[in-house]
Design a protein. Structure first.
Length: 299
DNA sequence: ATGGTAGAGTTTCTA
């Protein structure tokens, strides 16, 4: 089975390119990020015409994650257990009197309404694999509330992922997508350019590495360990021709699924030409699920 | 020359 992940940066702007990729690469299951559309806007017809079923969650022109599969799609979940929402911080009026003590009992409505969960995670079982299409929050800036949200989001995902393994140590789970973390200095064209920015802080790198502590293996680096192997190039300043990229798209797998990985391909050619996404597909090839060997058949 | 790209709810936001 061929499993891939791709931040497409608008599925409507790139539907022809995405379907062409599916057919050319013979991908069975594609996790898609940044669809940038609501559910009713998703161009599902083009996928169905190519033989793929689609599950999607999208609330607006931002975020949006999907899974397209030609090996079945079942038990769809539009968020993981404990997935945090993002609450816009209250903006005090410019003439707020600082002398006044804060209200010890804020309006009940503010406490009763949980922050909205964004369309950043979609789970579905495809061909026997529990696939999660993930679009980790960007963080924007270290001092921005979105940065704390990013760390909380990664922590919550790790706890959920650990629970899945605790429930079933043999589970076939793939956590794939745009992680918005640069795990190593060799995953960025120039570490100095990111000093003081998000994606490279110790807290983000620890939050990313914690998935390994939870029992998952990041298989794209296992199979493609070369330094400066990028999956994203900014649209600006000729970043792609100058190969000023980032490695931020990854695939963590459970132990049972890791055993099935036979290879990984980063489809760098998809960054070329007019109408490319700023990310390229990351492809994980899986051997057929092992069948129990007859007793005593092998050492 | 303080920009530069792309997509979307385009009189501005997000990345």
């Amino acid at each position: 089975m061929r499993l891939a992940t791709w931040n497409v940066n608008s599925v409507r702007a790139r539907v022809d390119r995405v379907v062409a990729f599916l057919e050319r690469s013979q991908t069975d299951v594609l996790a898609i990020q940044e669809t940038k559309c609501r559910d009713e806007q998703f161009p599902v017809g083009a996928f169905e015409a190519a033989g793929y079923e689609v599950a999607h969650v999208g609330h607006s022109a931002w975020n949006g994650v999907a899974i397209a599969s030609r090996v079945g799609i079942a038990d769809v979940e539009a968020q993981f257990a404990g997935q945090p929402g993002f609450a816009k911080p209250a903006v005090p009026a410019a003439d707020d009197a600082p002398a006044e003590a804060p209200d010890p009992e804020p309006a009940a409505t503010l406490l009763d309404v949980p922050p909205p969960v964004e369309a950043r995670a979609l789970g579905a079982t495809c061909g026997g694999v529990r696939v999660w299409s993930l679009y980790v929050p960007h963080g924007r800036a270290v001092a921005d509330p979105h940065y704390a949200y990013k760390l909380a989001w990664l922590g919550a995902l790790r706890r959920a992922a650990a629970d899945w393994l605790a429930d079933d140590a043999a589970a076939q789970v793939a956590l794939v997508g745009d992680w918005n973390v640069i795990p190593l200095d060799t995953d960025v064209y120039d570490p100095a350019a990111f000093a003081g920015h998000t994606h490279v802080t110790p807290a983000e790198r620890e939050a990313f590495a914690a998935f390994a502590d939870a029992g998952y293996a990041e298989v794209t680096r296992e199979h493609l360990p070369a330094e400066h192997t990028y999956t994203y190039w900014d649209y600006q300043q000729l970043a792609f021709p100058r190969n000023k990229g980032l490695r931020i798209d990854f695939a963590y797998t459970s132990p049972a699924l890791r055993e099935r990985v036979t290879g990984v391909v980063i489809d760098r050619d998809e960054r070329k030409g007019k109408g490319a996404s700023d990310h390229v597909p990351v492809i994980v090839d899986l051997a057929d699920a092992a069948t129990p060997a007859p007793r005593g058949s092998r050492a």
